[in-house]
Ligand binder design. Structure first.
Ligand code: IMP
Ligand code: MG
Length: 181
């Protein structure tokens, strides 16, 4: 484990490059367009702030059909360890009943945050409720949540960039990286 207090931009190594990310998100956008274009219910995309901001905005530009937007902000992560508490800071402002809803996550780690979000959203009776995550830490079981769309699989290590932060830093790196311990 690196001492994360000493993380500097120079120490961060590229895991998924800007080009790889752009290409992968484009493919996901095409896949979602194919999967949902023929359906009657409208498509509604929920951005889980703040980490999903770049993934969300690029993915929606890569979807070639009408889609409505909403934003959720919850906090569950303190430093590099999941704190186990979920704090809802803001919630969806659109009705989602009868809609095809996709929740957009930056990274699926324990799945605790998403489990909470999905649990609450399902009470509004969406037509369908799915998850797209940019990164899936595949070694974890995520409380049984199976994301329909996954950008990249990663082993269980701490990642930074393209929205992912350490104490609110490094979100604006255009790639996803890690620090070698
Ligand atoms: P979970 O509830 O444990 O699945 O984690 C939820 C949130 O923790 C994610 O949406 C991220 O904001 C954050 N997180 C989890 N793993 C990482 C990581 O490797 N780097 C940065 N943030 C992470
Ligand atoms: Mg975070």
């Amino acid at each position: 484990m690196p001492n994360r207090m000493e993380i500097t931009r120079e120490r961060i190594k590229v895991l998924f490059s800007e080009e790889q990310i752009a290409k992968r998100i484009k493919a996901l956008g095409q896949q979602i367009t194919q999967d949902y274009a023929g359906l009657d219910s409208p498509l509604h995309m929920v951005c889980v702030l703040k980490g999903s901001v770049h993934f969300y905005s690029q993915l929606l530009l890569d979807i070639d059909m009408d889609v409505s937007y909403s934003f959720i902000q919850v906090a569950s992560y303190k430093g590099t360890q999941s704190s186990g508490r979920i704090n809802v800071k803001s919630w969806i402002d659109e009705p989602v009943q009868g809609k095809n809803v996709i929740v957009i996550e930056d990274i699926l780690d324990t799945g605790q945050t998403l489990k909470y979000i999905l649990n609450y959203l399902s009470r509004y009776k969406p037509a369908t409720l799915e998850v797209a995550t940019l990164v899936d830490k595949y070694e974890k079981d995520h409380y049984g949540i199976i994301p329909k769309y996954v950008g990249f699989q990663s082993q269980d290590r701490f990642l930074l960039g393209y929205g992912l932060d350490f104490e609110q830093k490094f979100r604006n790196l255009p790639f996803i990286g890690y620090v070698e311990g």
